[in-house]
Design a protein. Structure first.
Ligand code: DHB
Ligand code: FE
Length: 286
């Protein structure tokens, strides 16, 4: 059985890639953001996951507006990145976990999530930036299963649907016969809007509410429609769908181990969280 060690939520702003390449970690602009990862590094070194299941949204590198699956699961041996035009170095490739990918795809389809399966899939900054933030060293010690959620071309899936997708993944991980340790990651958000008359929009109060509710009462967030979400969180704030799926995949009792919230990184309210996923038995033994 796979062990779900917990969840990580993080922004994926591309400018972070440039800051990493230029070693700006201690610059006054960047320091409060990068400091938020000290706990993440400590926690990953302790929990030692073998695989990261990463919920993210593709921004036009692998999919485009002509063909955009609502949910797509990677089933590749390796995931490459390419130049997206942000002026950041192209990331190293990341090995996939083929056996786990196919297990998840089989379980999702059996559970009536008819996902697109991708045996060849480019991953963009929404995967590579979180990887570089979580594991800042010269190599990444995990394989990945990338799971794309459409946050780009309306109609988008609802918050409730993404929570259910995550729950289905959580159940599938629990029925996996191999002994692997899994960290579940949700990337993007929180509030931001890159275009239109509200470009630069950030909503600190709404972000605080989301960070509060997602831990113990994620259902409370499902009452918001996607249009409510755009109004409250900005047109790219809907990347929170990735966080909802991450939260859904945590099957035990969930608590927030760490939170950093910093405004702004580029145009975005940057939140970094670590969620524990304790099984009742472990909790009682602790
Ligand atoms: C920014 C944020 C994003 O989520 C993204 O995908 C690209 C850019 C930004 O704030 O610059
Ligand atoms: Fe984004």
């Amino acid at each position: 059985m796979a062990i779900i060690v917990g969840g990580v939520g993080t922004t994926h702003v591309p400018a972070i890639g440039k800051a990493i390449a230029e070693k700006k970690h201690d610059d006054p602009y960047w320091k409060p953001f990068f400091k938020g990862f000290d706990y993440v590094h400590y926690w990953l070194a302790r929990t030692k996951p073998d695989v990261a299941v990463v919920f993210y949204n593709d921004h036009g590198l692998n999919f485009f507006l002509d063909k955009l699956p609502t949910f797509a699961v990677g089933a590749a041996q390796e995931y490459r990145s390419e130049d997206e035009g942000w002026g950041i170095p192209v990331s190293r490739s990341i090995p996939g976990d083929l056996a786990l990918s196919w297990h998840l795809i089989n379980a999702l389809v059996a559970d009536e999530f008819d996902v697109t399966m991708c045996q060849d899939m480019l991953i963009d900054h929404a995967v590579t930036i979180p990887m570089a933030l979580m594991w800042p060293g010269p190599s990444w010690p995990v394989k990945i299963v990338p799971i794309e959620i459409n946050t780009v071309q309306h109609p988008l899936p609802t918050l409730g649907r993404c929570l259910k997708l995550g729950r289905s993944i959580g159940r599938a991980l629990e029925s996996y016969e191999q002994n692997v340790r899994v960290v579940v990651v949700g990337t993007g958000g929180l509030s931001h809007q890159l275009d239109g008359t509200r470009a630069g929009f950030i909503n600190k109060e709404f972000d605080a509410l989301c960070l509060e509710k997602i831990v113990a009462e994620p259902e409370a967030l499902t009452r918001y429609s996607i249009h409510d979400w755009v109004e409250q969180s900005g047109s790219q704030g809907v990347e929170f769908l990735n966080w909802m799926a991450m939260r859904g995949a945590l099957t035990g009792s969930v608590s927030e181990l760490n939170r950093n919230y910093h405004i702004p990184i580029s145009n975005t309210a940057a939140a970094t969280v670590v969620y524990d996923n304790k099984k009742e038995a472990e909790r009682k033994a602790a």
